[in-house]
Design a protein around this ligand. Structure first.
Ligand code: LLP
Length: 431
């Protein structure tokens, strides 16, 4: 199976961590997001342990919570000792309400408003990853007003173009994120940051993109960023203590995707950093990584109920489900591939070529096209695998469809972590 927590039981049903998904669908209804808590915890430990081992004490991972953000997830990652990356005041609010220790939160975003900045300072966010000059000025003033010194990193574009979907590349020179080393603008930002009396300029950050399988771009980015730290020292005399290399390591969604050894990737980055450091006589900074997808994707499965099977004579077949782009917009946005099966017929052969369609009033509302599936009839349970990342967090209420619940399984016991939205929830703010 594509994820470790998945199996098929004696009834021929798909299981998540030993729990029958058909029973979950019966108990909690569909569509429903399932998450396996042990998978999430194990993935946190891979990063925490390997980073300590290869980068040394003081280096640690942040969970990029844009991948999955609700109250309980912040409690889970907190109990594993993970930091968090928040990219909006909404994520900060959710983490804060969850009782997350906010001094371990990093605040990202390419356009933080003055109100966002005030709110994050009030919440006690540990570090701001400053994107641009306007933010630098506003944050410096807001911190000064409070008589405090706020820790910051600067977001830098290392000029790396990894091979991934165009919409998830973020570290190239032509990007809305950060400032580029190549153009000289990053060094100007560094000098401006060093002048800010109310900011503690601790380091630099980059994030080259997401769903990347090739380790080389990460190693190159680490090298380029460390060389920039040397240039900063030469030009300003400041030796930065922290280097945040972002997230982005890929996850297999279908059998043809590669499987990445995250520990090995961390080992190779550390090896490169050590070499670069030695050649310039610089000591290894504290390294921060920000994995999102690789922490939660494989822990997730989404369950739907099949409503119809439509064969268009001479064309193709559509299986319609009771969810779609509002709970998973990734196929519509990026053509993302998924492993999909009929959960109550998981052992049966895949004999039907079909397209999985959602129920929005929109032809692009698809989850997959022309895949091979077991025969699917009204009432069957359809499972889409590896949906733990960027599914719940990207869900919408398009067509006034309520969002599904999130059910977490821990040691064979399911519990609701986010309730299913009701129709009343949909009109709660309407006046
Ligand atoms: N750090 C920063 C600054 C980021 O922008 C991101 C993701 C991450 C960390 C986490 O990257 P990960 O380890 O999850 O690849 N919605 C898209 C993915 C967008 C990623 C945005 N930034 C998708 O569904 O594929």
């Amino acid at each position: 199976m594509i994820a470790k927590c998945l199996d098929i039981n004696e009834k021929g049903h798909l299981t998540v961590s030993g729990v029958d998904t058909v029973d979950i669908a019966r108990e909690f209804g569909t569509p429903t997001y399932i998450l396996d808590e042990n998978t999430i915890r194990e993935n946190c430990r891979v990063y925490i342990d390997s980073m300590k081992k290869y980068f040394g004490e003081g280096s640690f991972p942040l969970f990029a919570s844009k991948a999955l953000s609700f109250t309980e997830i912040y409690r889970i990652v907190a109990s594993e000792g993970m930091g968090i990356d928040c990219v909006s005041p909404g994520e900060i609010h959710t983490a804060y309400k969850a009782g997350y220790p906010m001094e371990k939160a990093y605040f990202h975003g390419n356009n933080k408003t003055d109100a966002d900045i005030e709110m994050a300072l009030d919440a006690g966010v540990g570090c701001f990853v400053v994107d641009n000059r306007e933010e630098l000025v506003s944050l410096n003033a807001a911190a000064g007003k409070r008589g405090m010194i706020q820790k910051i990193l600067l977001r830098i574009s290392p000029g790396i173009d990894p091979h991934t979907h165009r919409k998830v590349v973020t570290g190239s020179v032509d990007s809305k994120f950060g400032t580029a080393i190549e153009t000289g603008q990053a060094m100007e930002m560094v000098k401006a940051a060093a002048e800010c009396k109310n900011l503690h300029f601790a380091g630099i950050h980059c994030h080259i993109g997401s769903q990347i399988f090739d380790i080389d771009p990460f190693v190159s980015a680490a090298d380029i960023m460390f060389r920039f730290i040397k240039d900063i020292k030469n030009e300003t005399g400041v030796e930065l203590e922290e280097l945040n290399l972002g997230g982005g390591l890929g996850v297999p969604y279908v059998d043809t995707d590669p499987v990445i050894d995250y520990e090995d990737c961390i080992r190779r980055m550390a090896e490169q950093l050590r070499k670069t450091g030695e050649s310039f006589g610089l000591k290894m900074p504290k390294i921060i990584l920000e994995p999102g997808r690789s922490i939660v994707a494989a822990a997730g499965v989404t369950l739907y109920t099949v409503g119809s099977f439509k064969n268009i004579t001479g064309y193709k077949s559509y299986v319609s489900i009771d969810g779609g782009m509002p709970d998973n917009p990734r196929y519509a946005l990026y053509n993302s591939q998924y492993t999909i099966l009929v959960a109550n017929k998981a052992n049966e052969e895949r004999t039907v070529k079909c397209t999985i369609a959602g129920r929005c009033c929109e032809s692009g509302d698809l989850i997959a096209e022309d895949i091979m599936l077991q025969t699917a009839e009204r009432g069957d349970i359809l499972a889409v695998l590896v949906t733990g990342a960027y599914n719940y967090s990207m869900a919408s209420n398009y067509n006034k469809i309520p969002r599904p619940p999130v059910v977490i399984i821990k040691d064979g016991v399911p519990r609701v972590a986010v309730k299913r939205e009701t129709f009343d929830d949909l009109v709660r703010n309407d006046i």
